[in-house]
Design a protein around this ligand. Structure first.
Ligand code: FMN
Length: 170
């Protein structure tokens, strides 16, 4: 029996939560389990095979505190056989040199732990100087910019969910 996908985001954010709810809606809420990133334990990573993670960028190119605090636990885990997709809020105008860095930081950690990261998206239609999320002409996940491109979010989420349904199934 296939297990539910988990979506992990901070329940206490305003913007990321709103976008996570769009992802849940697009996924179909009966097929996904929402987990609060601020109350994470290792068990969550054992219970599921596929994960969607919300990693907004804070502090000029850093993970938010709740992820940063969990990183030492994460680094002890063996995530082989598990698939991850990371979306993250960021601001390409105000933080053009660190646009959505958290997506890059998070996916690197996941890969170091043996996990595979899917859900890469093209860098087209964003304007920024530098991003740790960029790998060639792709991002390591899905950047969403509620400050400057909020109108594009719903469509980006819908397309990404469609892509993930295929990539998680492979
Ligand atoms: C103090 C501060 C630092 C930020 N640093 C970055 C950054 O380095 N890169 C980026 O892309 N966005 C940055 N942002 C923008 C946030 O990622 C953006 O506002 C996002 O919507 C926050 O989502 P959240 O409130 O759900 O956590 C920063 C915002 C603040 C307030």
């Amino acid at each position: 029996m296939s297990r539910k996908t988990a979506i992990i985001y901070s329940f206490h954010t305003r913007k990321s939560k709103k976008v996570a709810e769009k992802v849940i809606e697009a996924w179909g809420k009966n097929d996904i389990e929402a987990v609060n990133a601020e109350e994470l334990d290792k068990e969550v990573f054992e219970k599921h095979d596929n994960f969607i993670l919300s990693a907004p960028t804070w502090f000029d190119g850093e993970l938010p505190n709740y992820w940063d605090e969990f990183v030492p636990d994460l680094e002890e885990m063996d995530l082989a056989g598990k698939k991850f997709a990371v979306f993250g809020l960021g601001d390409q105008k105000e933080y053009s040199e660190n646009f959505c860095d958290a997506i890059g930081i998070m996916s690197e950690i996941l890969e170091q732990c043996g996990g595979s990261v899917v859900g890469h998206t093209p860098v087209e239609n964003y304007t920024f100087e530098a991003s740790k999320a960029q790998q060639g002409n792709k991002f390591a996940g899905l950047p969403l910019d509620q400050e400057n491109q909020a109108r594009l979010t719903q469509d980006r989420v819908n397309k990404w969910v469609e892509q993930l349904k295929k990539e998680f199934a492979q």
